[in-house]
Each structure stands twice: as structure tokens, then as C-alpha cells.
Design a protein around this ligand. Sequence first.
Ligand code: SF4
Ligand code: SF4
Length: 342
Amino acid sequence: MEAASTKQPIIESAYQHKEGNRIRCSICPVNCKLKEGDIGICDGREVINGKLIATNYAQISSLHLDPMEKKPLYHFFPGSEILSVGPNGCNLSCPWCQNWEISQNKIPTRTVLPNDLADMVDALDGIGVAYTYAEPLIWYEYILDAGRILHERGLVNVFVTNGYINADPLKDLLTVADGFNIDLKSSESQCYIQQCGGKLEDVQRTIRMVYEAGKHLEITHLIITGLNDELNKIERVVDWIADIDKTIPLHLSRYFPHNKYKEPPTDLQFMTDAYYLAKSKLDWVYLGNTRSDIGQDSHCPECGSMLVKRTGYYTEIKKLDGDRCKNCGKQLNFSVDVTRYK
Ligand code: SF4
Ligand code: SF4
């Protein structure tokens, strides 16, 4: 799909302040402290002439029209398509990153200003934009501006993210956000620190804030050979989610070797075992990257009726009626009310 090509504006970074001859960025918990010419860990901000500039503003590395289920978001307008865009860069450094060509390297970008992005969605008669692929939260100034314009036009904003953002910037972002899929990589602090260069508690805070703000929330947990493919570790992740709300959908995703992490793909039997363990404690559990029949469809937790059937990214609405089960009438956890936005 062709995007509009235009000149990149110079936008000062949000949430910055001077500390001596340096500038502190406090958008995310990395809290980079930068001097003239330095570039932030996320590669999205640089000190130029004494100012911290969001050099990634409106710079799009990837742009596609994707099925909502590919995000994955299974309970947010099931069966719809969404314009999906992503930047270069990330504020974490997971060695297994499947998007490492853009999260830890750079590819050429094109400039798509917020108004042009909204125009593209309107031209497609779409419902909104998914900010995804690499890490969208490091696009902070852009996603806020684009998010406001999309909302003014009755369009949605969803974020597929590692959740690594400080609390105050997140509060502002929540004013334009409609849905999230947040990656919860582990229930162990050491895993976040040693593998990804981040802190578990900051991601957990983001998940709680998104939930408490009443935004649509789904969680993805990647099960990685030799790292977290143990049922007691899966159980800790599941218990933490269930403590918040057992109706939060959880996507258990199968790992494949990428970038620096070379272990074989996650054992399929383990994926199935993890699914049944999670399903014993949560209402909605799905398996990703398995080609299994298990963990694809949505069944009513009350009467067992099939609500949504999924074959790959092909989605059929069965007994789902708005946000209720057509069979027993149970109120469910699906965001399907387009009139809320349009
Ligand atoms: S958003 Fe980027 S520049 Fe700002 S603190 Fe995080 S990694 Fe550093
Ligand atoms: S947080 Fe996501 S995008 Fe960033 S390095 Fe990790 S897996 Fe890749």
C-alpha cells in the first residue's frame, strides 16, 4: 500500500527535562540521560542543538492492512481488518525478537503525518489503526497526535506493545487508546532484566493501569524453549492475570528461533499442556503459531456454545450477538460496538 510521502516535521520530545548539561527522557523506564548528539536506547530520540527531538516522529517502517486476529486481538471487533503501522526501534532487546530487523536494526522509513494516516484509514473505510510490529510506545509523540486525530474522526487506536512505558505518559496515552495487546514475557524479574534489559514491575503496572482504565485488554505470553517452558512458570503468569480478572484473554504463543536465540521451536505437546493449565483458571485462552485445532475458537464460558470460529485468520461469527452469547445470554468480554467509535 502506498503512503503519502512528505517532509518530516521537527517535533520536540515529550516528557523531557534538563539535568545539568544533559536531557532526561522519561517516556519509558529506561529514562535515558542524553548529551548533545546522543541517541536514546530506542533510537527514536536525539539531542540536537540542546533539544531532545523525536526523530522517529511519523517515520513508518512497516504498513499493512491486517486481520485483527493477526495482532493478535481476538475479542476486539472479531473478523475486521485494521491498518497496521510500526516504527523502527524498541526500548527492550529480547534476543528472540521476531521483528529484530526493525526493532534492533533499521530499514528505510517513509513519512506519514497524523492527518495522512487518518485519511488512509478513511479511504479504506477502516475502523482505525493498530500501532504494532516493532515497539509503538517509543513513537510516543506520533501516536498521541495520530491517536487524537483518529478519535476526532470516530476511529480506534490499538496498541500491540511490550508495555514498557512510565505511568504519567501512559495516563496521557490512555486518553486516545481503545485497545491493547500487551506482551507479558515472564513472571520473573530476572528474566526481564537478563534477557530483555527491562523490569517486570513496570510492565505489570502498565497492564494494571490499562485494565483499571477500562480499555480493551488482551495479553500475549510467548513460551520459549529453555526459558519459560515449565508448567510452574506458566502457572505464575496465569495466576497473576487471574488475580486481576479471569476474563482477560490470554494468547499463549509458540516460539520459533529468531535473531540471537537459537533453541528449537517450543514443543507442541507442551503448548497443549500449557493451554489446559491456563484454561483451568482463565475464561479465554488461545494458542498462537501452533497450527493446532485447540485454542483457536471462542466458546461461551457459561453454556459452551461456539461464539467465534477461527481457521487461520478466517473468522466466522457464530453464537456471538454483540457482546452476549446468543444461546444463553451471558454478557461476555468482546468489544464489538462499532457505533461507540463511528
Ligand atoms: S523513550 Fe527512548 S529515549 Fe526515551 S527513555 Fe525510553 S528508550 Fe530512552
Ligand atoms: S519488546 Fe518486542 S519488539 Fe522489542 S525486542 Fe522484545 S520482542 Fe522485539
